[in-house]
Ligand binder design. Sequence first.
Ligand SMILES: [Zn+2]
Length: 85
Amino acid sequence: MRTGLPKAPLQGAILAELLKGESCPSCGQPHDFCFAGAGPLCMDAWYAFTCPETGEVAFLQPLTGAATVPQPPPGTVTLTAADAP
Ligand SMILES: [Zn+2]
């Protein structure tokens, strides 16, 4: 029987890369972005996301190092790996 949220074991825990305050090329505001794909964010790679302000798909390259967090915090914008726009 499960009660409440299960405690994530270390093995198999969701890991995400958190990029805080990266400026958004779509709306110009900073957002907190999260990438939960395999592997760390690559500074040379492009990532796609949907801007929560404009609702448009935009692309960014991480300019700063990302922090690894156990899971994406609420309210972050999800990044997905993308080809160069
Ligand atoms: Zn935006």
